[in-house]
Design a protein around this ligand. Structure first.
Ligand SMILES: Nc1ncnc2c1ncn2[C@@H]1O[C@H](COP(=O)(O)OP(=O)(O)O)[C@@H](O)[C@H]1O
Length: 991
């Protein structure tokens, strides 16, 4: 229980480690959830912008990710309600953000640790949860207050707008009254005009009458007073003119009145418009008043929230106290545990000691009696004396044997424990014996040194050897002693792999499988193997055991300054692994994907340097540093140029190139970032790229600067030494051919084992293939394929890149359909146009009952497809090794492959009479075109359909082929040992 709790507290960074927890991508509860998902779905497929967005959230918004809103996050603002630019928070989201967090955290924590729920874990979760919730709640309160102020400001604005409108309405009403008055005046004037018109008519009548009178009077002018008539006429005329003017004025007045009417109509309209906008404003006003009341509701809720936060604070304090107490208890527990363990150890020792001393005592007593007896008899007879001496000698021997037996039985006789109770004479005699053999040249200086060291340390193994060879002649004795040194030499290899991938925690393709498979095989052959990896945020953390952060900060150089790195350790598949977490502002391994970033060169040159820094700081003295592919190719020049002079000088460098297509070239100046001397290295015989003098080539650098260079199959090693296969490096590889080897990869037969595989529906083996048929049936149903007819199921699991023969994979899908088979493809592509092309094919066959394309990375589905398929297609243009053909065979799926690289070294055609029958295990074709593929596919179909029993024999046969790492690991071991031996010989020669 104590250990379990301590593991939990350590890994969760409880209490004083909480700061570390927040930085720990293995642990950020919500972010892990996101990241896990993205990783499982093969992060390569995400656009880098989205991934970075994910990542940012994952890094900084641990708890807020659970909330439905984030006030400061522009990208989330779409989920808020907005009224007049004021964000109105969704209360439901708010409360669920606060109250759902703890359950989400609980869930994710369980997922991370894989541990059963414990009290300690709950407390650890609450603590983090509460801190996050308080922060989140405080932000929300602030936002609510801001929203409230903004709403009040808007309310004021609306009110002042209303006042202004009221003023405008008043003005309009006044103008309306004015207009009314004017209309009245105009009406009066109209009446007046009519009056005047009447008068005018009357006057005209009078005028007519007057002129008639004038004419009638013309005959008797003398009778009429002319002057008075003339005057009257003038008067009338002037009156007439005045009247005309009046009429004119009245007409104008009239038209004015008409205009006034129109204006009045216009004003009426304007008034109704204004009235409607006034109504609008009034409704807005009432809405904003309602909003005001909502705001006050929110205010109340906000108060409520504040109270809850205070309550949470109280809980937090309590939890903190409990946590502190728990840590104290835990520490006490640990101390107690240690004490108990020590006591148990001493008890055990005491028991052993007691037992042996009792036995010794008994023997001593027996001997003493015998001696006494002898002494008595000595006096009586010489003859008797002789016989008793013999008896004594026998007793001594018996004692010696008993002593040996006791020692063997005792724990202290564990092979490497010192033997402390032999007299010094014994060890001196042993040392002299070894020196004698050395001088007589019966053993070498190295062997003598090792043996003397063992004697000097009073190693039980050399004691046992000495005892065992008492009865032997000298030759046998020397051989026995040398067997000690050879076993010591063999177990002495200390290999450190520095790589960018490792299955199953950080796997993109075959490289990951190789690191784990080779390391496990080397480990089981008695070597000490360690692995150094970047600490990616998107790793499968659930597959790392006992992951913990070391209490150390490693500083490493980059771009002219030192950066801090955290160092994590944990075991993966039983192997010790170091994870480097750089604290560089560019967050090199916080990208939610392994490769494909614009600054990959920087990311991995940084990592390479930091890895060597770690070895130096830890005082490690490895025999071999093994780096892989361009990502860690920098190790070779960095080691010799910078770290060898600093004292990290015990190792030989081995570089394995898993695919020469990827060389990581970059402008020469980029090399300076990790501290390498560009002027020294950008040379034709060093790192300069063979086709561009301005660029450096890390893979070329590793070929030049490593002691051993390997690639992953013998055929590929030949292919890359030719211009058409070497991707520009053939001349370099030819130049360094003496240290260049092709070793065929193996597969991890523990992981890929149909009789134990937990990813498949039914386990099976070569002698019982019923399970294979059931897996096939289940997969067909799972993918919606028809399952009632005996049809061959063709599988394909691959990265969809040009190297894999994209056009031939596409052709195989359609041709399989024509031949009456079924096809299942599992794959994804980092190349957008290829991914789109396969998406189109996948959509085309979306509900087809014979073809299914799953465009994703899915580890468990891959196991199922291997188990379910009858045939497995790999039409690669080039293939450095290829693992899928070996895995397929292990699961009884017959490979159909193009003869290239590692495929050529592992698949042999069943119809090829030049190959021994026992090796024939699949179908091959040479020319990478449709006819080539078709010929192999048709032959396989015909075999499957026409000769089922022979097919089954073939299936059983391929399942028994040994593709384990044993042979390959032995080859690597030999290369390592030879290289180390050469280095030692050179060093000895110098000395
Ligand atoms: N989409 C996928 N889902 C799951 N595993 C995959 C997928 N694609 C490839 N793999 C696995 O990756 C490894 C491929 O290794 P290999 O044949 O050497 O090809 P490469 O290293 O060129 O990708 C195999 O273990 C295979 O099962």
């Amino acid at each position: 229980m104590a250990t379990k709790l301590s593991t939990l507290f350590l890994s969760s960074g409880f209490g004083s480690l909480s700061g570390k927890v927040l930085d720990n991508p293995q642990f950020p509860y919500s972010s892990r959830c996101l990241l896990n998902t993205s990783c499982k779905m093969r992060p390569r497929r995400l656009s880098s912008r989205r991934k970075r967005k994910y990542l940012k959230k994952a890094s900084y918004e641990h708890l807020s990710v659970h909330a439905d809103f984030h006030p400061n996050d522009d990208e989330d603002s779409g989920s808020e309600n907005v009224v007049e630019g004021v964000p109105i928070l969704n209360q439901e989201s708010l409360s669920s953000a606060v109250f759902n967090t703890s359950s989400a955290v609980q869930h994710n924590t369980e997922k991370e640790t894989g541990e059963v729920d414990t009290e300690g874990l709950n407390k650890g979760v609450q603590l983090e949860d509460l801190i996050g919730m308080i922060k989140s709640a405080e932000k929300n309160i602030l936002l609510l207050n801001q929203a409230r102020v903004r709403a009040l400001e808007d309310l004021e604005k609306i009110l002042s707008e209303k006042e202004e409108l009221q003023r405008e309405i008043n003005g309009l009403e006044m103008r309306l009254a004015e207009t009314d008055t004017r209309i009245e005046v105009a009406a009066q004037e109209k009446v007046h005009v009519e009056l005047l018109e009447d008068q005018f008519e009357e006057l005209q009548k009078q005028l007519n009458f007057s002129s008639g009178t004038v004419q009638s009077m013309n005959g008797n002018l003398n009778d009429i007073p002319i002057d008075s008539l003339t005057k009257e006429l003038h008067l009338l005329k002037s009156e007439n003119i005045v009247l005309k003017n009046d009429i004119q004025t009245l007409k104008e007045e009239l038209s004015n009145v008409k205009n006034a009417d129109q204006h009045l109509a216009f004003l009426e309209k304007e008034r109704s418009v204004l009235e409607s906008s006034l109504k609008d404003l009034e409704s807005k006003l009432s809405t904003s008043q309602e909003d005001g009341s909502k705001l006050s509701d929110l205010n109340a809720e906000c108060m409520d929230l504040r109270n809850r936060v205070e309550h949470l604070q109280v809980l937090l304090d309590k939890a903190t106290k409990q946590a502190d107490q728990a840590i104290r208890v835990l520490q006490q527990n640990e101390e107690l545990q240690e004490k108990v363990e020590k006591l148990e150890e001493s008890l055990e020792e005491a028991n052993v000691f007691k037992l042996s001393s009792e036995k010794l005592q008994q023997d001593n007593e027996l001997m003493q009696q015998k001696i006494d007896l002898l002494e008595d008899r000595l006096q009586s007879s010489d003859e008797e004396l002789q016989s008793y001496i013999k008896l004594y000698q026998e007793s001594v021997k018996e004692f010696q044997d008993t002593l040996d037996t006791i020692k063997k039985a005792s724990k202290k006789t564990a092979t490497d424990e010192p033997v402390n109770d032999m007299p010094w004479e014994f060890w001196s005699r042993l040392l002299l014996l070894i020196d004698g053999w050395l001088l007589e040249e019966k053993i070498s200086g190295d062997d003598a040194k090792l043996l003397k060291e063992m004697a000097w340390k009073r190693d039980a193994r050399i004691y046992d050897a000495y005892m065992a060879c008492k009865e032997k002649n000298e030759l046998e004795a020397v051989a026995l002693f040398l067997s000690l040194t050879s076993s010591q030499k063999r177990s002495g290899l200390y290999v450190i792999h520095i790589a960018a991938e490792m299955a199953p925690v950080a796997k993109v393709g075959g490289l990951g499988d190789v690191i784990t498979g080779l390391s496990k095989a080397l480990q089981s052959r008695g070597h000490l193997v360690e692995i150094v990896l970047p600490k990616y945020d998107c790793m499968e953390y659930s597959r790392i055991k006992d992951l913990r952060l070391l209490d150390v900060v490693l500083e490493s150089y980059f771009d002219g300054r030192l950066f801090k790195n955290k160092i994590w350790v944990g075991t993966v598949e039983g192997l010790p692994v170091y994870f480097i977490e750089p604290h560089h502002p560019d967050k090199f391994f916080w990208r939610a994907q392994y490769y494909g970033e614009h600054d990959d060169f920087k990311r991995f040159s940084y990592f390479s340097r930091a890895a060597l820094e770690l070895l130096l700081r830890a005082g490690k003295r490895p025999d071999i540093i093994h780096c892989h592919d361009w990502q860690t190719a920098f190790i070779a020049p960095l080691y010799w140029d910078l770290y060898y002079p600093k004292g990290l000088n015990s190792a030989r460098i081995c570089f394995t190139c898993h695919n020469f297509e990827y060389q990581g070239t970059a402008p020469a100046s980029d090399l300076a970032s990790c501290g390498l001397d560009v002027d020294q290295l950008n040379r034709q015989d060093r790192l300069q790229d063979n086709s561009s003098h301005e660029r450096i080539n890390p893979v070329k650098g590793a070929v030049v600067f490593s002691n051993i260079v390997t690639t992953v199959s013998p055929t590929y090693a030949q292919e890359v030494r030719r211009a058409e296969g070497g991707h520009g490096l053939h001349s370099t590889l030819n130049f360094h051919s003496k240290k260049f080897f092709g070793i065929l990869n193996g597969i991890d037969t523990d992981v890929w084992n149909p009789s134990t595989d937990s990813f498949i529906k039914v386990q099976y083996n070569a002698n019982d293939l019923q399970g294979k048929a059931e897996n096939k049936d289940a997969l067909r149903r799972h993918l919606g394929l028809s399952s009632n007819v005996r049809k061959p199921l063709v599988g394909c699991i691959t990265r969809l890149v040009p190297q894999k023969g994209i056009h031939l994979i596409r052709y195989a899908i359609y041709r399989t359909l024509e031949l009456g088979g079924q096809f299942v493809l599992l794959g994804s592509s980092p190349v957008p146009h290829i991914q789109r092309e396969f998406e189109d094919i996948a959509n085309h066959f979306q509900s087809h009952d014979q073809i299914r394309l799953v465009l994703a990375y899915d580890e468990s589905l891959s196991h199922w497809i291997y188990a379910a398929s009858d045939m497995f297609i790999i039409p690669s243009i080039f293939e450095p090794c290829g693992l899928t053909q070996m895995i397929a065979m292990r699961y009884g799926s017959i490979p159909i492959v193009r003869k290239t690289g590692g495929l050529n070294d592992s698949v042999f055609d069943v119809d090829d009479e030049t190959t021994p029958t026992e090796l024939q295990n699949g179908y091959t074709f040479l020319t990478p075109d449709e006819q080539g593929l078709n010929s192999a596919l048709e032959r396989a179909f015909s075999h499957y359909l026409n000769n089922p029993s022979s097919w089954q024999q073939l299936v059983q046969k391929v399942m028994d082929v040994d593709f384990s790492w044993e042979t390959s690991a032995a080859q690597y071991e030999e290369l390592y040992s030879k290289s180390v031996a050469r280095a030692r010989a050179v060093a000895a020669g110098r000395a």
